[in-house]
Design a protein around this ligand. Structure first.
Ligand SMILES: Cc1cc2nc3c(=O)[nH]c(=O)nc-3n(C[C@H](O)[C@H](O)[C@H](O)COP(=O)(O)O)c2cc1C
Length: 129
């Protein structure tokens, strides 16, 4: 099993209603593929933390790389894991009043440092229950 931390920016011209569509597709597909984690959006950038079986993640990565609704897609961190951090898949938001959080800042960090910063932010994300 692997974990991945990815970042991308919403593409110019992507209507806001696409966010709901992305949430619905992700929930359906990730459940059947045993992919867990979170997708957080701050109004400009998406940060994707994914964990699951290698073949399912590989397949998802190639679909993500080809999706025109976002751009500057990059994998910031990738590692093998024994146990999951999340037991389900959730989409949520970085709240604008949390001044410290600008998801795009993660691009300046690489590897483990990006994961650590994301873990520090995690409790401030609005992920629902
Ligand atoms: C920011 C972003 C995150 C996405 N996350 C997922 C995801 O976690 N799981 C998923 O199945 N699709 C996700 N998608 C949608 C995929 O890119 C793709 O549209 C979807 O899997 C359907 O693939 P298909 O159009 O090849 O059938 C995401 C799209 C975007 C723009």
């Amino acid at each position: 099993m692997k974990q991945l931390l990815c970042i991308s920016s919403i593409a110019d011209g992507t209507p806001a209603r696409e966010i709901a569509r992305i949430a619905a597709t992700s929930r359906r597909f990730n459940q059947t593929a045993a992919i867990t984690g979170t997708l957080v959006f701050d109004g400009a950038s998406f940060c994707h933390y994914l964990e699951g079986p290698d073949p399912a993640l590989e397949a998802l990565l190639s679909r993500l790389a080809a999706d025109p609704r976002h751009e500057r897609f990059a994998v910031l961190f990738e590692a093998r894991i024994e146990a999951r951090r999340f037991d389900l898949w959730r989409m949520g938001y970085a709240l604008p009043e949390t001044q410290a959080v600008r998801l795009d800042e993660l691009r300046k960090l690489s590897g483990e440092a990006a994961l650590q910063q994301w873990l520090l932010w995690l409790p401030s994300f609005e992920l629902g229950d």
